[in-house]
Design a protein around this ligand. Structure first.
Ligand code: NAD
Length: 273
């Protein structure tokens, strides 16, 4: 058995949406385990700063790049540049998402299915699904040179329907009530399909692929909303942002060497109820 089952020493792990709330936590987990996080997001400044901070605190050669994952040319050329810089890519965390908003503009609620603009559908699918496909296509093919791990960040809402009662606003007529947009469910369910596809696709090259389904993170939401969500969770609370680090590290490292095609819910038990 390896000295440290959870070690990512010398492994280069690409993380998309790395400047976001959870992306930076994923990067922290990888760096703490001795891996080299490669941070991708839309703006260079935030990921370059985060990478510099990780290098200073963990002594790993992390790096940050502006790569719009919906643009294949950008993903393809970045993948080539990364291989030239590090020589290998060992993991991919498909984490970026648009996270479509629930609120409307006061007169018409655009989150509702009847009003949901095609452009919003296209934009959400482009980041959450097409972006994950493009990253799998390019970084995944690089990982298949020597084996590694792909983790798709889905959601508890990839497993269950959103409970639209959580978003209700008193006093609004039914056709203006905010809802969790349809794209969230579709993108997160689609990532689970992509997970199963990838779990078998490069299996002979030693590539495993699993989905991680986080539950909602407490992040300055309205206290009444937090209380309502918590009441639907057996553990009685929303997650802290750092509470997915362990599950991610498990799926990226040799600790999960026989785990492939799995859909791991880390949701305080919400989908058990
Ligand atoms: N926060 C939660 O409560 C929660 C719960 C369950 C699942 N998730 C999932 O976890 C992941 C991270 O969530 P988060 O809360 O950190 O979201 P976030 O919005 O804070 O971060 C998402 C990041 O993706 C980046 N991004 C958007 N489009 C991009 C593109 N085209 N190319 C590159 N980067 C792009 C954004 O700039 C942003 O930094 C998402 O997939 C989300 O759906 C989050």
């Amino acid at each position: 058995m390896a000295d440290n089952l959870f070690s990512l020493k010398d492994r280069v792990i690409v993380i998309t949406g790395a400047a976001g709330l959870l992306g930076r936590q994923h990067a922290e987990a990888v760096a703490q385990a001795g891996g080299t996080p490669v941070l991708l997001d839309l703006a260079a400044e935030s990921v370059e700063r985060l990478a510099g901070d990780l290098n200073a605190r963990h002594g790993v050669p992390a790096s940050g790049y502006a790569v719009d994952i919906t643009r294949e040319a950008a993903v393809e050329s970045h993948c080539a540049a990364l291989l030239a810089r590090y020589g290998h890519i060992d993991g991919l965390v498909n984490n970026a998402a648009n996270n479509p908003k629930v609120e409307g503009d006061g007169t018409k609620n655009f989150s509702r299915l009847e009003n949901f603009p095609l452009a919003a559908w296209d934009a959400d699918v482009a980041v959450g699904l097409t972006g994950a496909f493009l990253c799998a296509k390019h970084y995944g093919a690089a990982i298949a040179r020597q084996g590694g791990s792909i983790v798709n960040i889905a959601s508890d809402l990839g497993l269950i329907a959103p409970d639209q009662r959580l978003y209700r606003k008193p006093g609004l007529p039914a056709d203006q009530q905010p809802v969790k947009p349809v794209t969230y469910s579709v993108v997160k369910s689609g990532l689970i399909g992509l997970t199963r596809y990838l779990a078998t696709y490069w299996v002979e090259q030693g590539v495993r692929c699993n989905a991680l389904c986080p539950g909602g993170v407490e992040n300055n939401q309205d206290p009444a909303f937090i209380k309502e969500v918590a009441s639907r969770i057996p553990m009685g609370r929303m997650a802290r942002p750092d509470e997915y680090q362990g599950a991610l590290l498990f799926l990226l490292s040799e600790a999960s060497s026989y785990v492939n095609g799995a859909v791991l819910a880390a949701d305080g038990g919400r989908t058990a109820w």
